[in-house]
Design a protein around this ligand. Structure first.
Ligand code: NAD
Length: 371
């Protein structure tokens, strides 16, 4: 069985899909690994470490891909990779299939057996494969560091000879994986933190981290698989109105609210930003799905007319590429290792996890949404 690790195609992607630690484990299981020269460099994993772990370092895409059984990436494989791989090869990565049927169709037409990390079912057995969680955890942590460095204030309360500084107030909207890590990180820095989510289960989790839960019942908002569902226009409007006053009381607002396959709900209106004090910061982690804040500009930090910084930061996990890659690589290993039988690639398509992850096979689109 041959596994290929190409350099990532996206210019802002610093992560690598397999780190040397995982390469060594796969080599031990009888797998031959080829890594494109420099694939791990931007994540602080030089070629020499891959060679030590038993991988071959390859320059030419053809040598890397032409007989690869599995091509492992972080993001979608580039057109060059799709063009050079053999029909029937498996591709693994964040393939962002939801809401993009044309792309999945292209993968199927290329004959790829495609496994999307996003559609692995959220069942206990698949927890070690949950790359959405491992990467969102990093995004939540980094969002707080960005906010703290932009805010013209301390996060913690300080009692100094020059007098007392009150703690910063931080509101985290959306208390899933990223939001809970943001709450924990902001608390560690000494801020007074509150959290909000539409899922009832989030209340206890927010409180267990020492934050206050904002109570505002929008009604039925729980979807399947532990996710939220899209709110009705009336529920969304009620939520936005409630938020204006809450947001205005905070120095920092971190938004993480997402609904799989849908545009991110707009929770922070222009009125809410106008209600914030000059110098306040909004970090919008839903940027790639259209943003939770009405003023977010994708990939940019802007300052509103009343002096509020609004950070639309794409791909935060890539800004902490070493640990992001290490965790992602372990997720990929957990997905792939049960598919290796006596050194051959033999996925069991009757397995719930394999079925959930596989979005294209034998020329057919199999995507039915997250399990
Ligand atoms: P996500 O990234 O899809 O969304 C982030 C958060 O936004 C969610 O908590 C969601 O409820 C919230 N949200 C959506 N619309 C909102 C709105 N209009 N207003 C306020 N908040 C809104 O979700 P996620 O972070 O991937 O995780 C969601 C849940 O799944 C969490 O409870 C998490 O702990 C759970 N989870 C379970 C497993 C498992 O069982 N294996 C694995 C990972 C996560």
């Amino acid at each position: 069985m041959n596994v290929a690790v190409p350099r990532e195609g996206a210019s802002d992607e610093r992560r690598v899909a397999l780190v040397p630690e995982t390469v060594a484990k796969l080599v031990k299981a009888g797998v031959a690994i080829r890594v494109q020269r420099g694939a791990g460099e931007r994540a602080a994993f030089p070629d020499a470490l891959y060679a030590q772990a038993g991988a071959s370092i390859v320059d030419e895409p053809a040598a890397l891909l032409s007989d690869a059984d599995v091509i492992v990436g972080v993001g979608r494989p580039s057109d060059a990779v799709l063009g050079a791989m053999r029909a029937g090869a498996a591709v693994v990565g964040f393939l962002a299939p939801l809401g993009d049927p044309d792309y999945v169709q292209r993968l199927a037409a290329r004959g790829a057996t495609a496994f999307a990390m996003e559609t692995i079912p959220r069942i206990s057995r698949a927890q070690s494969m949950d790359a959405l969680s491992s990467q969102n955890n990093i995004a939540g942590y980094k969002a707080v560091l960005i906010a703290a460095s932009l805010l013209p204030k301390f996060f913690p309360m300080l009692t100094t000879a020059a007098g007392t500084i009150p703690p910063a107030k931080v509101l985290v909207i959306g208390a899933g994986v990223a939001g809970l890590q943001a709450i924990a990180t902001a608390r560690r820095l000494g801020a007074v933190v509150s959290g909000y989510d539409v899922r009832a289960a989030a209340k206890e989790q927010v409180q267990s981290l020492g934050a206050t839960f904002l109570e505002f019942d929008v009604g039925d908002a729980e979807g399947s698989g532990g996710y939220a569902k899209e709110l009705t226009p009336e529920q969304s409007q009620a939520q936005r109105t409630f938020m204006v006053e809450q947001i205005g009381r905070n120095d920092v607002v971190i938004t993480t609210a997402l609904v799989p396959g849908k545009r991110a709900p707009q929770l922070v209106s222009a009125d809410a930003v106008a209600a914030m004090a000059p110098g306040s910061v909004v970090v919008d982690l839903a940027d790639e799905a259209g943003g939770n804040c009405a003023l977010t500009q994708p990939g940019q930090t802007i300052v509103s007319p009343n002096g509020v910084s609004i950070v639309g930061q794409t791909n935060l996990p890539s800004t902490m590429p070493q640990h992001a890659s290490q965790l992602y690589s372990r997720n990929v290993y957990a997905l792939l290792s049960p598919m290796i039988r006596e050194g051959a690639f033999a996925p069991d398509f009757d397995d719930e996890i394999v079925r959930g992850a596989c979005i294209a096979r034998d020329g057919k689109v199999l995507l039915g949404g997250p399990a």
